[in-house]
Every structure is written in C-alpha cells, then in structure tokens.
Design a protein around this ligand. Structure first.
Ligand code: HEM
Length: 378
C-alpha cells in the first residue's frame, strides 16, 4: 500500500506497474477483474493494447478530432441543472444525491453515449451489482456475473441498433469507426461501453455530493462562491484533492521487483495506490487537512500542469479519460447550487455513506433551505 504523493506519482508512471489483473500471482486474490465473460476494458489493460483502445475512444470524445463533444455540452448542462433545481421550488428540504448529484451525470452520460435515459432503472440495478466487484468482501460473484450477462445483452442490442441507424452519439461513432486504429470488436465495444457508462456517472455523483457537503461545512467558502462564481474552478480542484470520489486504485501489479522508499515490492504482488492519502501528503501540500480552494489560485501560486497538484484523477497513462467532463458537470452543479439555494444547511451531519470502499461519497444528503432563487431562464 502506497500512501505518499511522490511514490504514488512515480508508480503511476512506472512501466513495470501493470493495470492488468491477469499479472497477479494467485496469492494476491480478491482484485476486481472487470466484467465476467468480457475482455478487459482499457482501464484494466497495459500498452500497447491500452493505448490503442484509448486512442480509438479519444478520437470520438476530445480535441482535435472531436472538439465540441464536451465543450458543446455546456448549454445543455446548464439546462439540466436548472431544471433539476427548479424541481426544488416550493419545498424546504431535498436529497441532493437523489435529486441532483445522481440524475445529472446519468442524463449527461446517456446523452453522450446514446443510451435511452428511460432505461436508467434497468442499468442502475446492473451497475449497483457490478460495483460490488470492487469490494471482494461482499461475496457477490454470482450477482456480478448475472448483472454482467444481462447488461451485455442490453448493450449488444443497443450497439446493433446504433450501427444500423447511426446518430451523433459516441456509441454510433465507435460502432461505425473506420479510423486509422481499425475497428473495435463487438466484445471490445461492450467493455468500452460498460466502462464509459459506469466511470461516467458513478464517480461524478460523489464529486457533486462530496462538494455540496464540504461547502455546507465551510459556509464562508460557500458565501464567497456565491459572490464570486469564478471561484468554482478552484473549489472543484480543491474538492478533488480534499474529498476525492476515487479513494484508491486497487488493481495495480508489480511486473518486476520494484524498489521504492527503501522497500522491495516483489514481482507479481498487488500494489494499492492510496490516491486520497497522497493528495493529503504533508510533504506535498501545506496544511493538507484544510479545505482551501485558494491553494489553486493561479494568480497567487501559479498552477502547474493539469494533474500536478492532486491525485483525484490519477496520473500517467490511465489519467482519467473523462476529467474535462467531470469538471464541467461539478462546476455547473455546485455553481448553481451556491447561487440558487437561499440559506442552505445540512439536515444530517455526517450523512449516511455508500458502502463502496473505492468510490467514496454520501448515499443520501438531506439539505434544508429557505427559498430558491429563480433560474436565469426564468
Ligand atoms: C469526478 C469524477 C471522476 C473521477 C474522480 C474519476 C477518477 C478517475 C481515476 C482516479 C482514474 C484512474 C484509474 C487508474 O489509474 O486505474 C480514472 C480513469 C478513467 N476514467 Fe475517470 N473519473 C471521473 C469521471 C469520469 C467520467 C465522467 C468519465 C467518462 C466520461 C471517466 C472515464 C474514465 C476512464 C475511461 C478511465 C480509464 C482511463 C484509462 O485507463 O486510460 N471518468 N478516473
């Protein structure tokens, strides 16, 4: 288990560290291996296969080939957030998880991928089961297998439909891709769809919920954010450091004997990277347990390269693929909450948490308020 910033960064960039669970020796059991019956997604692959699959998907998600996929979503995001907060009007208390933090990223990733929004109740059940594979103690192998099979059937139908009648979404683009990297097989399309759907919402929900909770615990920061909307960029960056949605990465393996911090990690052993601890390493940041968005003020401290300051999105070749989208969603949701909720306060502190050890965030977050400021459109 590695918990210090410098060593984690070193290992994230070390080619002798694999993300493929097949490299584990038998003694290191209990590591999630992805979805049973499907090939690993690129999250669980090493170069060169990782790089090829990531490049294929990137072509349809980010500049230079697809410059507007994320940026072009900004107006739609504002509309979705505005609509969800409009739903709070006339009430004095809401569950931020169920009524904003979860429905927002679900709506966005469905639209992006071309998954019908009304199918959420179906895939929600499968995803809940699949996430249990992150926690080997639940003993849910049969449930995980069943959920994987049902979700694969569902996505097979969806991919075939998009191939026959392609739209402007990512599943259509991936299913009909004839770019320089060659086509994805049907199995690769399935594992990529699973990865994007799950990574695309199960993490962002925690960033928005952890963010709301943290801001309500620091009312002076919330008040500053209300008066200075530009501050939201720093707030989200500091949240990724201070209350990250992904606490640790449990699926790395040493491909060789690796010397680090006067310790030898033997070949074949499992390496757990404690990203959240690394982001609070006192040798890396000043006063690490203080929530202080100003530490990301570029005018005061000169923000270095993306990802340099915290490990919220990991690092190296597996650096979060969806980081620009996650940032935009959290900035929009938290900015609008700060602007529109009048006198917001926590009803229960601490709130009940999800039981997942990797993905950390509240299961529910009851927030009371006096009124709702009308939306800009209103
Ligand atoms: C606040 C929200 C998010 C957080 C905190 C987060 C965090 C992370 C982290 C820590 C990793 C690295 C895992 C590793 O090193 O093994 C990662 C990888 C990844 N994330 Fe995110 N993520 C978020 C949102 C998203 C979104 C919205 C998407 C999709 C649109 C996404 C897609 C991915 C993918 C595909 C990978 C695998 C990248 C690779 O293996 O090359 N993530 N994410």
């Amino acid at each position: 288990m590695v918990s210090t910033y410098r060593e984690i960064v070193e290992l994230l960039h070390d080619p002798r560290v694999s993300s493929d669970p097949r490299n584990l020796t038998a003694s290191a059991a209990g590591v999630p291996e992805g979805v049973p019956g499907l090939p690993a997604s690129f999250l669980h692959l090493d170069p060169p296969e990782h790089d090829r699959l990531r490049r294929v998907v990137t072509r349809h998600f980010r500049p230079p080939h697809t410059p507007d996929r994320v940026d072009g979503l900004a107006p739609e995001l504002h509309k979705i957030v505005g609509g969800l907060i409009d739903g709070f009007v006339g009430r004095t208390e809401v569950d931020i998880v169920d009524e904003l933090a979860y429905p927002l990223p679900v709506a966005v990733i469905c639209q992006l991928l071309g998954v019908p929004r009304e199918d959420e109740p179906r895939f929600h059940v499968w995803v809940e089961s699949l996430l249990k594979s992150l926690d080997p103690d639940t003993g849910a192998a049969a449930e995980v297998q069943q959920a994987g099979t049902e979700m694969a059937q569902y996505f097979s139908g969806l991919i075939d439909a998009h191939r026959r009648a392609p739209g402007g979404d990512m599943l259509s683009a991936l299913a009909t891709d004839d770019g320089p990297e060659g086509q994805l097989t049907q199995e690769q399309l399935l594992s990529t769809s699973f990865l994007l759907l799950i990574a695309g919402h199960e993490t962002t929900v925690n960033l928005i919920a952890n963010g709301t909770l943290t801001l309500l615990r620091h009312p002076h920061v919330l008040e500053r954010l209300r008066r200075d909307p530009e501050m939201v960029f720093r707030v989200v960056e500091e949240l990724l450091r201070y209350e990250p949605p992904v606490h640790f990465v449990p699926w790395r393996t040493a491909l060789d004997d690796i010397e680090i911090a006067d310790t030898t990690m033997p070949k074949g052993s499992r390496i757990v990277l404690l990203l959240a601890a690394g982001s609070r390493d006192p040798d890396h940041v000043r006063a690490p347990d203080r929530f202080d968005p100003d530490r990301f003020d570029p005018d005061r401290f000169g923000l270095a390269r993306e990802g340099d300051q915290h490990l919220g999105f990991g690092g190296g070749i597996h650096y979060c693929f969806g980081a620009p989208l996650a940032r935009l969603e959290a900035q929009t949701a938290l900015g609008e909450l700060a602007r529109r909720l009048v006198n917001p306060r926590l009803v229960t502190d601490p709130p009940p948490y999800r039981t997942n050890p990797v993905l950390r965030g509240p299961r529910h977050l009851q927030v009371a308020f006096d009124d709702i400021v009308p939306s800009r459109e209103g």
